[in-house]
Design a protein around this ligand. Structure first.
Ligand code: FES
Length: 101
C-alpha cells in the first residue's frame, strides 16, 4: 500500500473538494459532512476535471456538462451506468492520505 499525502483536514471543510495529481492519474477528494471520499478525477463523459467541479450534499458535479456522481460510490446519474473508481482515504495525524497505487 502506497499512501499519498493530500493536505491537512483543516484545509478541506465539509462541502469542499480538492484535486490531486499522482503520476499520470488525477483524483478528487470530497469532504461530505466530515466523511472523506476519493474518486477518479477525470469525468467519463468527455474528460472533464472533476476536481474543479463542486461537491454538494454528497454529489460531485462535473464542471463541464453537469454530470453528477455519488461521492460515496462513484455512481453517476447517467443512464449508461458510468461509475468513477473509488479509493481508500486515511486520516493520520490530521493529514488526509489516499491509497491510489
Ligand atoms: S465531461 Fe463531465 S459531464 Fe461532460
Amino acid at each position: 500500500m502506497a499512501l499519498v499525502k493530500v493536505k491537512p483536514l483543516e484545509e478541506l471543510s465539509p462541502g469542499e473538494l480538492t484535486e490531486i495529481k499522482v503520476g499520470d492519474g488525477t483524483y478528487v477528494v470530497c469532504n461530505v459532512d466530515g466523511n472523506l471520499y476519493c474518486l477518479t478525477g477525470t469525468c467519463p463523459h468527455a474528460g472533464g476535471p472533476l476536481g474543479q467541479g463542486s461537491c454538494m450534499a454528497g454529489v460531485l458535479v462535473c464542471p463541464w456538462h453537469g454530470w453528477e456522481f455519488d461521492c460515496r460510490t462513484g455512481v453517476s446519474d447517467s443512464s449508461k451506468g458510468d461509475k468513477l473508481d473509488t479509493f481508500p482515504v486515511i486520516l493520520e495525524d490530521g493529514i488526509i492520505l489516499i491509497d491510489v497505487q
